[in-house]
Design a protein around this ligand. Sequence first.
Ligand code: CP
Length: 310
Amino acid sequence: MRHIPNLKDLTSSELTSILAKATEIKANKEDFRHHLDGESMAMIFQKTSTRTRVSFEVAMTELGGHGIYIDWATSNFVLSGIEHETEYLSRNVSSIMARLLYHADLQKIISGSQVPVINGCCEIFHPCQALTDVLTMRENFEGDIKSAHLVYVGVQNNVSNSLVILCDKLGINLTLATPNVDDNGESCDAYVQQTIESSSYVRHTTDAKAAVQTADFVYTDTWIDMQYFNDPNHEDEKRAKLELMMPYQINAALVKDLNCKIMHDMPIHDGFEITPDMVRDPRAVIFQQAENRLHAQKGLLWWVYEQART
Ligand code: CP
């Protein structure tokens, strides 16, 4: 049985096989209609979600299984130990996916679980998003994806951390174009920092304009952590962050005349990390990327259940 807290423990061959299976299932959906017949996944949410919830639930349904939405706040996770509630769950379901505020709580779920656990995004990692992103790049790049250049423009966070891990393992060129003073606070991870410093495939720059000149893909994500975006207590921090980040906005000036695809993992904050015209630009693959959450999830579920069944 293998858990997916992040992508660190997966080999490049395992990651490639998950992506290949995602592509295969996307092209041959009916062939996999009964692959997870009778299986149930508990989907635990401490934070808001549109894509993660919908894609996992639809993926389970289309593979023949069932996804059960569990809202943390209205479940007895709020009353009891995480390990106890998880151990109970894992006697009734065959997999668990959790979107949590803190990775430490995901580790508690993993320690209490007798079934595979998938990280549906925490403050440090968003492995399912990174798999989706590379799946989308493969669909939009002629030739070997290893010769593509992905430029992530914005703040270092759970999404960029997962891209760092995945691109390093797959040998994809990734440039992080983020401010030097971008202290990535709660999303900081020693393994990721070490990879940025030592990988032949990953580099950091503060110069977004220079970095995008050789980009095949220009990618951005929200500048403000989702749980803080509408929080009045974070207004001052939000204002300072927006001022710092404006040179990193994806707008017509930044990508003028460039032959690159534009990516965003959604939800979008129009006029902040990206302007509305760039969301609808012919180069944007944002909605294809969002749709691909479903297909990447299927590839990952296929792999996780293969591990559990052998
Ligand atoms: N990209 C992403 O994880 O979307 P949701 O927050 O809507 O799940």
